[in-house]
Design a protein around this ligand. Sequence first.
Ligand code: TYD
Length: 426
Amino acid sequence: MREIKCAVFDLDGTLTQSEEGIFKCTQYALQEMHLPPLDEATLRKFIGPPLGWSFKEYCGMSEEEAEEALRLYRVRYNDVGLFENCVYPGVRRLLRTLKRQGWYVAMATGKPEIPAKRIMKYFRLDKYFDRMVGTGEHMGADKEQLIRTALPEKWDTAWMIGDRKFDVEGGRAVGIHTLGVGYGYGTEAELKGAGCEAYAETVQDVIDTLCPGVPAPEGYFVSMEGLDGSGKTTQIDLLTEGLTRFGFEVQHSREPGGCPVAEEIRKVILDRNNKDMEAVAEAYLYAASRAQHVRQVIRPALSAGKLLLCDRFVDSSVAYQGGGRKLGVDQVLSINASAVDGTLPTATVYLELDHVTALMRRCKATEPDRIEMETEQFHARVEQAYHELIARDPARFVVVDAARDKEAITADVLSGVLDKLTEAEA
Ligand code: TYD
């Protein structure tokens, strides 16, 4: 029979960096009770132990006052505080690695179970967990009991992973291995003082302790497309920010370019002096830059488990050289076949903006390059070709109306990409 390996994680300070929500909600409760705000050092101590206990311990509250503070805290927390939070970089890769290796993965948190599960669902991490246990009607905040409940009936090896002494003490009381993490809210001295068996400074150290030598699961490839002037650059930065908060390890790149050889080719392609460049030569140059980029940048990032976010990819060639330059979809795809060699994005964002509006936006911005200087009809054909591509492969595209305000676009881009990545992994 196969060995049953279990990993039980604490939540705050171990999987997610949750201080923003916790700090703001604590201050909110104090403000509503007309009490002075706390300094950051004291606020930090609120992460980990039961909140009611902290209000009594650090604010000198009575039992009734602590209850009222807790009630006020929850009013704000359940609405907004819950999501003022982010996943530690590498945690998604850690959970994916464990699941791939057949581990039983659980969570044991001193937080109420309902918001804890909402957080995991919001970050789309819930699918990696076999069990999530938090406090509730039938469960107190005793870490030992929480861990026992989180574990399956039988196991061969089990680890409790957490950032505070409560986690280590709870794990030791249950009689399982304990791993203290130093990137959260406890200190190395606190964790070692509580007797943790292993100590991890980073999420990578956790992976190396639990799964030594195991390669990272394949990462994610996402591309961003749109006409020049559709706002790609701004949205790429905002998408990077959003995906990072969700625990994806985002690496940025762009085409044409992305590595030294490809950047050299980019200069030739976009040089305004190269007026007599043949369309087919242009298509080969884009493909050549792509061949280098795929092998030197994209594939290594994916093998390291990262999310490679690329500003344009082969769809741009199909739209600009296939549509704009009238080479046709098939010829451009065949030129690119060996350059790409099967490396294709899982999700592609298309920032939808008609070519006339895009052109007007572009004119207000920087000096146009050789491609941007093309006629209006050229850009109309590019737009048309994008629409054909989307119709051919709707499952891959996240089409977002880019004529709206920045925040609305960003929200749709992020949720669309998360949906595609979640679907692809199911
Ligand atoms: P881009 O880097 O998006 O331009 P900018 O940095 O000015 O925003 O792309 C440069 C130009 O190259 C753009 O007009 C689109 C064009 N292009 C193609 O024609 N084919 C391709 O395969 C790629 C990747 C880009």
